[in-house]
Design a binder for this molecule. Structure first.
Ligand SMILES: *Cc1c(COP(=O)(O)O)cnc(C)c1O
Length: 410
């Protein structure tokens, strides 16, 4: 008899985005004339920049000629891309990361989801609350948790609450985790972490033999000089951290698919006998067994992000989104919302007025302003009373949405 992986049955049924979609469709059906503006999506809207498109086309053309055609690529990705990443994203920031510590993949979602496979089944996982749902759901799928309790927490996961009180930066937990997911700049709160705060986590991991799984998907949106762009700016992090990066938000690759994961050679984990093993070796084994790489034209397109022209063009798009974020911040704050994020991240995290529930603001906003956003409670219990506005919309839509919000009663 074929039996299912029953851990999947523990997953919370109504996933956030389908539920948003359902409510928006229902409203649209009842109000066919309403033009709904989405401020909820975690997807980019601007096209790939010309420098990237040029390289992408060249890559495709090379695949069409016998002398430049390419089959399977190198195991960890093409060297031209891994070297561009090592030089521009790491060495230029004083982080000593080499090209052979970088693994090119088709997305950070898969990498953050797959990484747990190389760690022990009895690993204790810590995640923030609110959180990018992938870390929690893949922990559940892997069988490391019990069921979800009435307070919205899975049994067996250590939750690190992020709220106004701690400025959305988690405190070190009392109970000791093995693996800690951190995401800065953060989705959904838009908060980011200073070097001193990140140093506390790195030192904790060094002292307690834990590993930090650091998702820096929004690194390119950092505007303040003192904010670390990579965890490897912190001394000792190469011994305790894996970093995930993606071209998705940085360069509009959500539909093109390219990302990378850094697993430093110095990073060690332990056998049940306490013997040290290289995590790099394990990830290499998993990666090359279950994955055959990102297509050549896509890797070539990703490398174009690092050319002088590519850097300029990509930055212009990021500035556009961050201009949106500033408009959202200012308008919401004028309307009496408590506003966080949106300075080093393309998300503005707003506390609801009169502390109404996240879904009540969602419904009011949809009904009265025809604007759809994302209820904070969908990212975890500590997100209740908050709302996420995405800056990945067009400027016109952002301005129009902010105008409409002035008339809502909630
Ligand atoms: C969008 C996003 C990613 C990127 O995922 P891809 O699979 O690379 O598109 C990773 N982490 C977070 C927190 C995100 O919001």
């Amino acid at each position: 008899m074929a039996k299912i992986n029953e851990n999947y049955l523990k997953l919370q049924a109504g996933y956030l985005f389908p539920e948003i979609g359902r409510r928006v469709r229902e409203f649209q059906k009842e109000n066919p004339g309403a033009s709904i503006i989405s401020m909820g999506i975690g997807d980019v809207t601007m096209p790939l920049v010309p420098e990237v498109i040029k390289a992408f086309h060249e890559g495709v053309d090379e695949m069409s000629r016998k002398d430049t055609f390419k089959g399977y690529g190198p195991d960890q990705g093409y060297m031209f891309l891994r070297e561009a990443i090592a030089d521009n994203d790491y060495k230029s920031r004083g982080a000593n990361i080499e090209a052979d510590e970088i693994f090119i993949s088709d997305g950070s979602k898969c990498d953050t989801g797959n990484i747990q496979e190389i760690f022990s089944q009895d690993s204790i996982i810590a995640i923030t609350d609110p959180v990018y749902p992938v870390y929690a759901d893949t922990t559940v799928m892997s069988g490391k948790t019990g069921s979800i309790s009435s307070n919205g927490y899975y049994e067996g996961i250590i939750y690190l609450p992020c709220n106004e009180h701690n400025h959305f930066i988690p405190e070190i937990p009392d109970e000791r985790p093995d693996l800690i997911f951190l995401c800065y700049p953060n989705n959904p709160t838009g908060a980011t972490i200073t070097a001193e705060e990140l140093k506390k986590w790195v030192e904790y991991a060094l002292q307690n033999q834990c590993i930090i799984l650091y998702d820096a998907a929004y690194e390119a949106f950092i505007t303040e000089d003192h904010i670390p762009h990579t965890i490897y700016e912190i001394k000792g992090a190469e011994k305790v951290a894996i970093e995930f990066r993606s071209f998705s938000k940085k360069a509009g690759f959500t539909g093109t698919r390219c990302a990378f994961t850094v697993v430093p050679k110095e990073l060690m984990a332990y056998t049940s006998q306490g013997e040290q093993k290289s995590v790099h070796g394990l990830w290499y084994r998993r990666f090359t067994t279950k994955f055959n790489g990102v297509s050549y034209p896509v890797q070539k397109a990703a490398a174009a992000v690092y050319t002088e022209q590519g850097v300029k063009e990509v930055q212009r798009v990021i500035d556009y989104y961050m201009g949106n974020a500033q408009i959202i911040r200012e308008s919401l704050s004028e309307q009496g919302f408590r506003v966080f994020g949106g300075v080093n991240a393309p998300y503005v995290w707003a506390g609801t007025r009169n502390h109404i529930k996240s879904w009540d603001l969602f419904d009011g906003l949809l009904r009265e302003a025809h604007v759809a956003g994302t209820p904070g409670s969908g990212f975890g219990p500590s997100g209740e009373g908050f709302f996420r506005f995405s800056a990945f919309a067009s400027r016109e839509n952002v301005i129009e949405a902010m105008k409409r919000i002035q008339r809502i009663s909630v």
